[in-house]
Design a protein around this ligand. Structure first.
Ligand code: DHB
Ligand code: FE
Length: 311
């Protein structure tokens, strides 16, 4: 409708004052970022002629998002987490770092503190009648293919209902069910004995799903398994594999699927001897190639708030 106030002295002064740009103190980087974000919001309100009702609906939504504890979930669903990966991929390309296993989003459901085992961990502590047995195994190497001795492979995934322990709304799982960590030996090998996951879905009544509904989008992910993989003098990798054959493999609401991160399960026998629930089991081989530090530092390490439990 053509009410444009953004470029007036009054609005520009308001933005500078709100972020205390002309005052001393505070965090200069924070001031810079907030001034830009707030300005972009003001400009969008002008350009799209957003009504006060629309703006207050957005403000109230933030309250609800916080109450639901879903801000990190929304970040994944709106592609913000994927966008950060795209930027790290581009930085790696510019630095000619291209031989590692691709990264993909962490998601909001990691819990620090899972027990560490040498070489192999059985991580299904709760029975799950609907889940088939699964063995995940492979080798951690560097980009030259040399096995990494002492690599730490952390793994977490959902149960047959798509729920993660610690965040399970049914309360059905004990702490660290389907979560574990393995340290490799000189051969770089790791193995997890576990159960087949099912794809995650956003809480149906939650504020993330509320936004997705307004966009006519679903809030589901294909079956997947998350990993952090780290080793001495190597960059810590955040990745997942998605299980081949899942109908949502290329329709992930969090955009985490990548061609090189699709893993196929093969059927094997001999599970009884491995302590699995059935003799026939699913076997997934997934190998990790870790990249070297960049100029002596891990420039892909991400610091964010994560759940943690002491055992
Ligand atoms: C979300 C859930 C996941 O299991 C995951 O891997 C990534 C994101 C989410 O709810 O946003
Ligand atoms: Fe997940």
């Amino acid at each position: 409708m053509g009410i444009h106030t953004f470029n007036t002295d009054e609005v520009q002064s308001l933005l500078r004052a709100a972020c205390n740009l002309d005052g001393m103190g505070g965090n200069p980087r924070f001031k810079q970022i907030l001034h830009r974000l707030l300005g972009d919001l003001f400009k969008a309100i002008d350009d799209l002629d957003m009504t006060p009702d629309e703006v207050w609906a957005g403000v109230n939504y933030l309250n609800q998002l916080g109450k639901d504890g879903e801000a990190a979930l929304l970040a994944a669903g709106l592609g913000l987490e994927k966008f950060l990966d795209i930027r790290m991929d581009a930085a790696d390309k510019a630095d000619h770092i291209d031989a590692g296993t691709p990264r993909t989003i962490e998601g909001p459901l990691y819990v620090a503190g899972a027990p560490v085992a040498n070489g192999m961990a059985k991580i299904d502590t709760n029975p799950d009648a609907d889940a088939e047995a699964l063995v995940i195994h492979g080798t951690v190497t560097d980009t030259e293919g040399k096995p990494v001795d002492g690599a730490l492979v952390e793994c977490w995934h959902a149960n047959s209902k798509g729920f993660y322990s610690h965040f399970d709304p049914t309360g059905a799982q004990s702490e660290f069910n389907l979560r574990g960590a393995v340290k490799t030996g000189a051969d770089g090998r790791y193995e997890f004995r576990t159960l087949m996951p099912v794809g995650y879905g956003c809480p149906p009544q939650g504020s993330t799903q509320h936004v997705l509904n307004a966009l006519a989008r679903h809030g589901n992910r294909p079956a997947h398994v998350h990993f952090f993989v780290s080793g001495d003098h190597l960059r810590k990798l955040t990745t997942q594999f998605n299980v081949a054959g899942d109908p949502l493999i290329w329709d992930d609401f969090a955009y985490a699927t990548r061609e090189a991160l699709i893993a196929a399960a093969t059927q094997k026998t001999g599970g009884t001897a491995l302590g699995l629930k059935t003799d026939t089991y699913n076997d997934i081989e997934f190998n990790f190639r870790l990249t070297h530090l960049y100029k002596g530092t891990d420039n892909q390490l991400v610091h964010r708030e994560r759940a943690a439990v002491d055992v």
